[in-house]
Design a protein around this ligand. Sequence first.
Ligand code: NAD
Ligand code: UGA
Length: 316
Amino acid sequence: MRILVTGAAGFIGSHLCEKLLQDPRHEVIGMDAFVPSTSPISVREQNLTNLLRNTRFQFLQQDLRQADWTAVLPRVDVIYHLAGIPGVRSSWGNDFQHYVSHNILATQSLLEACRQFPISKFIYASTSSVYGEQSGAVPEHAVTRPLSPYGVSKLTGEHLCRVYAHNNGLPVVILRFFTVYGPRQRTDMAFHRFIRQLLHQEPITIYGDGTQSRDFTFVQDCVSAVASVLDAPEVIGETINIGGKERATVLESLALLEDLLGVQGNYQFIGKIYGEPSQTWADIRKAHKLLGYEPQVTLRQGLALECEYMRKLYNL
Ligand code: NAD
Ligand code: UGA
């Protein structure tokens, strides 16, 4: 199969391309514009190192909003659309324009192009942030009430996908990821920041009181689920949660990291959490039923792998 992955230089996108290429049947076209965003461009260039050695991988440095789709889509069977501006906390103020442009307008331009070129699956990377504050394990049919402008932009992307599915028969699958972590995690995300702060003996920046909890998903578990959508027979039109093996609070995760790195953190509580839910918790029964998904990696195992990556990244 010929597969287009947008956002291929990103944290999840680069892992997904590597996962897809493990199957010798596939060729992958990775598209990314290195948009100034939550991670430095140099880190995202490094994410592509292994991929660029693979002869079944082609990289296109293109912005979705100006891409020449006639040169790309006729060669593509399946699209994984991961490109976008992530990050819950940076979506306020004028920065929201950036989110609208890359999460909404870029998505619509890709969907519009798909009207001309038939594809067999269009898989959209959505987020737990569409749910907002919920109690207990949240199923996909829960009412969506995003708390951040980021969540609104991603939910709008979902709705656009459904509009093109309804009117143009686009074979859409929506996946909602829950706080993904592991090697190559974006530099703005909690574990990347905490590990760097611990290794450099800098104060640990904790939002709120640290009792907020997340359903943390190890990146290899996430991309295994995402890749399995390719061959899954009954997923068109579905929205599916992709959560992790374990939930934990920020303070519990920090205790694990201190233990793994053998350092004690100097905690700095830097104020209220703004636009974030106090907990996320994925009901993953649907992913299990439709994709056979079963997350494998414990938080301790996953954090150990992220620490190893961070030591190499920062030469520590
Ligand atoms: P990332 O920032 O590492 O990767 C996104 C990539 O998209 C970047 O390399 C960026 O250059 C590219 N991009 C953005 N706009 C583009 C455009 N117009 N044209 C071409 N390339 C463009 O982010 P990530 O953490 O890997 O997230 C990937 C996707 O998964 C995002 O859509 C995000 O909303 C979603 N998601 C991520 C998480 C998580 O925990 N990381 C959780 C839920 C959902
Ligand atoms: C993550 C991603 O950044 C989003 O792109 C994604 O859409 C979202 O998951 C999701 O699942 O929907 P977030 O849950 O905020 O967002 O992930 P982290 O940055 O890893 O933060 C986890 C928790 O740590 C949050 O509660 C945050 O308040 C806290 N945190 C983060 C701190 O206390 N200090 C920090 O320095 C950073």
